[in-house]
Design a protein around this ligand. Sequence first.
Ligand SMILES: Cc1cc2nc3c(=O)[nH]c(=O)nc-3n(C[C@H](O)[C@H](O)[C@H](O)COP(=O)(O)O)c2cc1C
Length: 317
Amino acid sequence: MRVSADLLRTRVAGLDFQNPIVLAAGTAAYGRELAEVVDLTRLGGLVTKAVSPQPRAGAPAPRVAEFDGGMINAIGLANPGVDAVISEHLPWLATALPATRKLANIVGFAVHEFAEVVARLEAALGASAAGAIDGFELNVSCPNVKAGGMEFGADPAALAEVVRRTRAATQRPLFVKLSPTLPDIAGSARIAVEAGADALTLVNTLPGLVIDVGSRRSALGFGTGGVSGTALLPVGVLATWKVRRAVQVPLMGIGGVASAADALQYLVAGASLVGMGTAMLRDPRAPERVVAGLARWCAQQGVARLGDVVGTLRMPA
Ligand SMILES: Cc1cc2nc3c(=O)[nH]c(=O)nc-3n(C[C@H](O)[C@H](O)[C@H](O)COP(=O)(O)O)c2cc1C
């Protein structure tokens, strides 16, 4: 099958993606670690693991466990910190994947920390690591430690302030990633956009608890964790549809995608990009198969550009 180069191509927040499939934050490390098992050059993009101001050791083992509907994890946002990311990972990202868009996932535990990390990455990108990072994705599902532990995304004032300050620190595209537990995800989306977000990512993991009944202990060392994989698919698709109706900016839909049919649900609901995490951890070839499946589906359906299906959902009146 001959596929037009433009069939799957999409432009989001000023960035060209060769196809809409993006590896989700935290599941692709900083790219290089995965490059031997996944052909990253064939994907639309990747989002790095979280980057925080200081190194974080993260949660005790076991950090992940599987259940029938997917996976639960409590990694604790373990990462080497922004300085080590700059010295150890940006040089590789700057040259290895010219056609694949790279977003850095940013995490903070106080309002000022997000902008601080972005400013430090920007300084490196302006110096030796030009081209390593095309944009940023803010993980606002983490606790605001200085304000009693409420997550940033659930506090309108904190959410607006995090986005505003980060917006001032970069001119690159800014994605804001929201949690499926937000009581009014459309309202949070509007706040993020008004504060300067160029795009939104929906959704992060859903809180959960998996119990090993034999030992009567949690399956995770931390206790509770975040649910990802199949169980999250309808949750993420609903969030995408709700947010699509509330804001104009492009969306990245994430949660439970394992096949081209799953990815199409997000596209029809209104996402321009589709993230994959858990399915890729189970089978590193899954994202490439989804890309090929999307091209096949377009050919079968006589769709000239995959972008034409974005937001075409017909809901009951
Ligand atoms: C092991 C693991 C680590 C993750 N780490 C992050 C992270 O650092 N930052 C973030 O915003 N999301 C993180 N996530 C959430 C994913 O990016 C994604 O939103 C979620 O897993 C749902 O997609 P999936 O069902 O395709 O895995 C992580 C998920 C997993 C499974």
